[in-house]
Structure formats: C-alpha cells, structure tokens
Design a protein around this ligand. Structure first.
Ligand code: 0GY
Length: 304
C-alpha cells in the first residue's frame, strides 16, 4: 500500500546552529522496510519506509551523537523494527516501545537488553483506538521495576480528562512521564492563557513529569520561512517552547521527529529544525541541558 503522507525532506540543509558535543535527537522514528517489518493492520496511516541507515546518516549530517527512537502507531505493538535499529546502533540509540497487556516478562527483558527504556501511551484519537485506563495502568506497573518511563501523546483539549491518569503514574508509581510535543498546544491561543497554563501547572506540581519541546512544524500555523528567507522558522511556536525550557530547564527534551509521519501539507527541512533550538534555548547552559544532560540522565544514566 502506498504511503498516505508526504515523503520526508530529501536533502536536509546543514544547520547554522552547531549542536553541543553529545547532543541527543530524543524523538525520531524508523519505519519498515515493510517487506521485513510489516505495518500494523489497525494503523490509521501508512508511512514511507524510513530505515535505520537513513536515520543514522541524518544524525551524522545534523551533528547529533545519539538517537531516541519512539515507536509510532503505524507499527502497533510490533517493536521489531525499533529493536533491530537499537541492536545495530553501537549503543548510540535507545528506544521507547509500545506494548500491550499481553507482553511477557521475557519480551520486556529482551527489549530492555536491546536498549528500550520506556513505553508510549498514545491518546490522540485520530491515531489510535481507545484503551481502558486500567489496562494502561497495569502496563505502567509492569514496566516501573525495569526503571522505564512512560511517554504520553495527547492534544491540549484532552488534558483535563487525562490529568488524574498522568498524576497517578507520576506520583503513585513514581514513574517519569514524558509528554510529547508540549501536549500539542493550540499556538493561536496565548502562551499565558488557561490552556497552556494548565500544562505548566501539570509540570510545576509534578516533578516526575517532563516535556518534549518538539514538533514546531506540526504545531505552527505560521510555517517555515520562504525558501530564500532567513532560517528562523515556525516562530509562533517559539514562546511556548521557550517558556517550558526556561521554567523547567532540567525536564525538557528536543528531537527532530524524523521522518515526520503523517504530515500531509508540509514536510520540514531537518536542518531548519535544528536551527529552531537557539530560539527556544537561548544560552549555552540551557542548550546543554536540553540536548545533552537531560536525555543522558533519562536514557544513558550509566554514562554520567
Ligand atoms: C509523531 C506524531 C504523530 C504520529 C505518531 O505514533 C504515531 O503515529 O506519533 C502524529 O501524527 O501527530 O510524534 O510522530
């Protein structure tokens, strides 16, 4: 079946911003190849194949040292493409899997040995069918002893309904909860308005909750600059990401989201995404925390 989104950007530009040594791209994916790692029958979109070798080449081109690969919904609970990538990464990649309640302890252990350090719960209604909260809680209880964290993906309007679940995982299980893409704020709304304030309150009141300041290209309404324009893109997202980086400097992560699944109107130049960083993390210290210290603490704690 043909992909139903745009092909990823063919020749990303060289970023002007030089990433600090040891920088981690903390949110990216691998897809297929479908002939070897088929897509899930229940998927809501069909991706382009995006291989581990293409990901590693992009990592080197942009100046990252490591990757955190996140299982996307189009592969369902079949984490084989992810695990295969981790095993071929020379320990330069860690992973976040997606598992069901039927996962065995042996499978969890095997994934851990390959480099998986978290599981992802997706609440975005266009991407997944509903899973009862008690099932997710059961999975969170199973992975907590491995030291894994939980990555959650949801849209801002759903936060009130999800609040109790997130805080039960972060406070009762003492498990780190990492929110994808800043909880997907509507960037037409004010950065100090009630919707984003609720997200800030979630992080302020719960020290185990982190946020990825990722996906300006998904959240932006203003979009990239004109092709011959300056390299400051997705400006309407900057105040949201910057507020999180400055308020919670030790609990933020950055990543490219390559190969940008499911984008149907605009495919970002990954070089421009790297040039987004100095606009949201203005000092070398904030940049080092965002790109190196925080992801290393979460994914390679044994190396610090
Ligand atoms: C992302 C965003 C998206 C897709 C998924 O798991 C997924 O399929 O996360 C999206 O469509 O917003 O993080 O790649």
């Amino acid at each position: 079946m043909d992909p139903d989104w745009l092909p990823f950007y063919p020749n990303p530009s060289t970023p002007r911003f030089k990433l600090p040594p040891g920088a981690v791209d903390a949110h990216c994916h691998v897809f297929g190849p479908a002939a070897r790692f088929p897509y899930a029958p229940e998927r809501k979109y069909t991706p382009c194949d995006a291989s581990k070798d293409q990901l590693f080449a992009l990592r080197d081109h942009l100046g990252f040292s490591r990757n955190v690969i996140v299982q996307a919904t189009c592969h369902g609970h079949d984490n084989r493409a992810l695990v295969d990538t981790l095993r071929h990464s020379d320990d330069k990649a860690r992973g976040v899997a997606s598992v069901g309640r039927d996962v065995s302890d042996a499978e969890l252990r095997e994934m851990h040995e390959a480099g998986v350090r978290g599981t992802r719960f997706n609440f975005v209604k266009r991407l997944v069918d509903f899973t009862p909260r008690e099932v997710l809680l059961e999975i969170a209880q199973r992975i907590a002893p491995l030291g894994w964290h939980v990555v959650v993906y949801f849209e801002a309007q759903d936060l009130p309904e999800l609040w109790d679940f997130f805080t039960a995982v972060s406070d009762n299980l003492a498990t780190t909860v990492v929110v994808d893409h800043m909880g997907r704020p509507d960037v037409d709304k004010p950065v100090d308005g009630p919707e984003f304030e609720l997200f800030i309150k979630l992080l302020r009141e719960h020290r185990n909750i982190w946020s990825k300041v990722t996906c300006p290209e998904r959240l932006s309404k203003s979009g990239p600059p004109a092709l011959d324009g300056e390299r400051h893109a997705y400006r309407d997202v900057v105040p949201f990401a910057r507020r999180l980086v400055e308020t919670f400097p030790d609990r933020v992560l950055f990543g490219t989201d390559w190969p940008h699944p499911n984008l149907k109107h605009h495919m970002p130049d990954d070089g421009l995404l790297v040039d987004f960083v100095p606009h949201i993390a203005a000092t070398p210290e904030l940049q080092r925390k965002l790109l190196v210290d925080n992801p290393m603490r979460l994914y390679w704690p044994e190396e610090i």
